[in-house]
Design a protein around this ligand. Structure first.
Ligand code: ATP
Length: 313
């Protein structure tokens, strides 16, 4: 049976991961308001679940971690994604999207972007619009700089706004301890604080050194530590001084290195292995400086379809 003649599902389930930035270098703001970035993303095992079912119009509901802080109207990135796909393909179909959040909201881990990527894939299946991954990638880039990465997952180098991706050859599995804050940090505020600090030279060019790609190839976490840098760390800590205490809580543990994830306020600490990560998490939990402490690993795949349901009518 060809794709065109396959019966369409009534409901689909797509899962997409959150990310951390192993390296995030920021260039001077451009005339269009964007900062050129050179980043290395890694998708980690904290997932957003999007259940999509056929409906008359487009609507969204949300449950899970920090769900009360997520809009369910047209401002929701999943709503934007469904609308963009409908407009781009000329379909008049509708969808109800239920998002189960696991990625901390406004935590610098791209949760909203994961929802948008999952929605593009879910609606494409549900509506039978038949776009390929490349076409979905173009729509993803229109929705936000982190959305294309949520489609592809794994470990990737991102330049431009972070949306021009090259897969990185990363061996092995990296174990991370995440210190999560209940209070999110809006990304635009963090960039504004960076600009105001005047620390980016106007002619600065940003890049990812080949030595970092080599370190990823070895699969040795200890080889990666010197490459873990984030230009948004200082402004994030400036805006949330409490993060100094969270970072201090990792000192004296076996953490190999700590970084602010994306625009923060999530802090990610690299561990030598899973056992070390569990022990570090326990120590940081005991310090009571973080609202929640989680153990995750990366890399993991990007948005993927896990279930399709067709009810016989
Ligand atoms: P960024 O991708 O800008 O770095 P982030 O990862 O820090 O953001 P998100 O959780 O993706 O943070 O969302 C940031 C804001 O976007 C939230 O405060 C929320 O108001 C809004 N938002 C819109 N849609 C969603 C969504 N599906 N999930 C979470 N937040 C959303």
């Amino acid at each position: 049976m060809s794709a065109a003649t396959m019966p369409r599902p009534d409901a689909v389930h797509v899962r997409a991961p959150g990310k951390i930035n192993l390296r995030l270098r920021v260039g001077p703001v451009r005339r269009d308001g964007y900062h050129p970035l050179a980043t290395v993303f890694q998708a980690v095992s904290l997932f957003e679940d999007v259940h999509a079912r056929v409906a008359d119009d487009i609507s969204v509901s949300v449950s899970g971690r920090h769900a009360e802080r997520v809009p369910t109207d047209e401002r929701n990135l999943a709503h934007c994604a469904a609308t963009l796909l409908a407009d781009a393909t000329g379909t008049s179909a509708g969808v109800h999207l239920h998002i189960t959040k696991e990625v901390p909201v406004a935590g610098g881990m791209g949760g909203g972007s994961a929802d948008a990527a999952a929605t593009l894939l879910a609606c494409d299946q549900l509506w039978g619009t038949g776009l390929d991954r490349e076409e979905l990638g173009h729509l993803a880039a229109e929705l936000g700089a982190d959305v294309p990465f949520a489609l592809t997952g794994q470990t990737a180098l991102g330049v431009g706004r972070g949306d021009m991706l090259t897969p990185a050859l990363a061996r092995g599995r990296y174990h991370w301890v995440l210190a999560v804050s209940e209070t999110g940090l809006p990304t635009p505020e963090v960039f504004a604080s960076l600009d105001a600090s005047g620390t980016i030279p106007p002619n600065r060019r940003v890049s990812v050194p080949p030595s970092m790609m080599k370190a990823l190839l070895t699969g040795e976490p200890s080889r990666l530590t010197s490459h873990l840098v984030n230009d948004l760390a200082e402004p994030a800590v400036h805006l949330r001084p409490h993060l100094t205490q969270v970072l201090a809580a990792f000192e004296g543990t076996d953490a190999l290195a700590t970084i602010v994830s994306g625009s923060g306020p999530t802090i990610a600490a690299l561990a030598a292995d899973h056992t070390a990560a569990v022990a570090i998490a326990e120590q940081v939990r005991r310090s009571r400086v973080a609202d929640e402490v989680l153990v995750v690993h990366g890399p993991v795949p990007g948005a993927r379809l896990t279930e399709q349901v067709r009810t016989d009518r």
